[in-house]
Write a protein of this length. Structure first.
Length: 118
C-alpha cells in the first residue's frame, strides 16, 4: 500500500506560480509512475502530467506544456508539480496518483485545491 498526501495548493493571481507536493509513505515510489490529475468544478477529472520511476521520462497534457513541470525526489519519496504562468482555467482540485505505468493509477492522494484569480 502507498499512502499519498497532496499539499501546496492555494489562491494565486493569474500569471503567478505554485508548487504542489505529494508525499508518499508506506512503500518506496521508485517503482511507480507518478502522476498529477485535476478536476475543475463541474468537469471530469483529467490527466495533467506524469513522470517515470527514474524521472527521465515525462508526459504532459497539451494545455500545460511549457508552463508546468513535474519532478520527483525518490530519496524523499516525494513528487512535485511546479506550475508557472497560471491561468484561471487551471483552477481545480489537483490529485497525485501512483501507478505501474503511464496513464494508469492505483493509489490517489486526497487532493489539494488550486484557485487562480483573474
Amino acid at each position: 500500500q502507498v499512502q499519498l498526501v497532496d499539499f501546496g495548493g492555494g489562491l494565486v493571481q493569474a500569471g503567478g506560480s505554485l508548487r504542489l507536493s505529494c508525499a508518499a509513505s508506506g512503500r518506496t515510489i521508485i517503482r511507480y509512475v507518478m502522476s498529477w490529475f485535476r478536476q475543475a468544478p463541474g468537469k471530469e477529472r483529467e490527466f495533467v502530467a506524469a513522470v517515470s520511476g527514474s524521472g527521465d521520462k515525462m508526459d504532459y497534457v497539451d494545455s500545460v506544456k511549457g508552463r508546468f513541470t513535474i519532478s520527483r525526489d525518490n530519496a524523499k519519496n516525494t513528487v512535485y508539480l511546479q506550475m508557472n504562468s497560471l491561468k484561471s482555467e487551471d483552477t481545480a482540485v489537483y490529485y497525485c496518483a501512483a501507478g505501474m505505468s503511464f496513464r494508469t493509477t492505483t493509489y490517489w492522494g486526497q487532493g489539494t485545491l488550486v484557485t487562480v484569480s483573474s
